[in-house]
Write a protein that binds this ligand. Sequence first.
Ligand code: SAM
Ligand code: SF4
Length: 527
Amino acid sequence: MAKSFDIGLERLTGAGVPRIGVTQEGGGPFANDAQGKKPSLQVAGGAESTFYLETFGCQMNDHDSEKVAGVLLARGYRQVDGPEAAKVILYNTCSIREKAAQKVFSRLGELRPVEATELRWIEESKLGLGKSANLEIGVPRAEDAEQRSGGVRTRRLQSAGKIIGVLGCVAQQEGEGIFERAPWVSLVCGSASYRKLPQLIAELEAGNRRVTGLDTDTDETFETEITRRDNPFRAYLTIIEGCDKACSYCVVPFTRGPERSRASASILEEVRQLAEAGYSEVQLLGQTVNSYADPSARKMRFSELLAAVAEVRGIRRVRFTTSHPRDFGKDIVEAIDAHPTICDQVHLPVQSGSTAVLRAMARTYTREEYLEKIALLKAARRPISISTDVIVGFPGETEKDFEETLSLLDEVQYDNVFAFKYSPRPNTPSLKMADAIPEEEKGRRLAILMDRQREIQRVRNEKLVGETFEVLVDGKSRRENQWSGHTSSNRVVNFTSPEQELLGDYVQVKVTKAMPHSLVGEMVGRG
Ligand code: SAM
Ligand code: SF4
């Protein structure tokens, strides 16, 4: 079935492939249509190779997908909007919480060819497995029986003849087990092995039935010749991959492998190319971005790299995420102070306000040590917007521990909080911890925390009414004269302007109204 993808390697750098950061349709990186036109190349033999790529999870996954798309475009594939029209269907997956992982399996279930299900049904019947088998996909269900007995056979997508691949964290976590659970999948590749993707795709094109890339013992990062960037206003750049921390609840060290940093010269070269291509905002990415360790002889510290990126001609905004509190030092705040182009925004996940819970989470800092980092940020020369991540209902979290998290929110006065119910994950030490918190109680705590934070944000945002901010315009409403964009502090601002074309422009907006999660205003000038 893979024969129709037999394209020559010379296509890798062939004509029609766009430069880094350039959307592929006229209008440059600020074009409203972020997808742009993809090069429409024909594969050998006349059949056109198409791929559909769906991404779950964090910004790092989004950016990995941009690079995966770049690899496929370079091989002559064309991207399509839905799995129906695609010859290759790829899911770039997330397993940080159980729900995210489940979503992928239900998507794969939609691609289950009837024949494969029947085969599996027969195999499982032989093994004595039935409806009670604890498998999320490939399990015979009433509808399969209907299909077998001549019922509707076309309820699911016709996936026969397609290449179906699972990338990312679920791929790494489940490994070849995915072939067991979904025999119609032919490619399983974790993010630490993306360097091998072109080779794996070539093997499928050559007729191999199943290929995997599951090594995590690599010191390489995933760099590509072209990256098909989806966001025309903000360019993402991974500067460090993997994670060496060992938070007791987290799958990332297992699914993304050890920390690998990219050489500073290569990062700076890409930033220069992005600036030339018209991008003025870049966001440096890493699970622990500030643990960056330059592998080159230059040995740039993270704060030095930040400063160097901020000095690239044409770059007006530099963001970075996610920072780990342990590696967050004064030098980073000094770099922000010295470079107005580094945005007034730091995401510094705390996870809990209780030192006892932080210890159980193996976060490597106490509440007091975390607050010292916050004090550094509050001492900066300009106000810095601070956001965080919080997990509620970690095993053993008492009511008093939870109260301490609430009091931390009051004390820090965050501008945004991403809060999650603790989700037990495979292979993690916290899986075996005693005193699990019931789901209902986790839900109660989450609702209380979100209410408290919403009120904090409402009050904080109210204080901004009457102030004027620089906004990078990245959205146009269907309603006339309505636009939206982001401030340097990453606040969303919806504003009015009679101008005809503003996308990608920097404008001055005066805030007239505040909501907990956004601001409303009117344009008062150009940026
Ligand atoms: N490296 C970042 C750090 O140290 O804060 C976090 C990256 S993680 C992909 C994003 C967030 O997911 C974490 O900050 C945490 O709040 C949340 N998270 C991770 N594992 C979780 C779990 N097992 N249950 C609930 N939330 C989890
Ligand atoms: Fe996960 Fe902790 Fe690493 Fe963040 S620092 S990715 S929470 S292990």
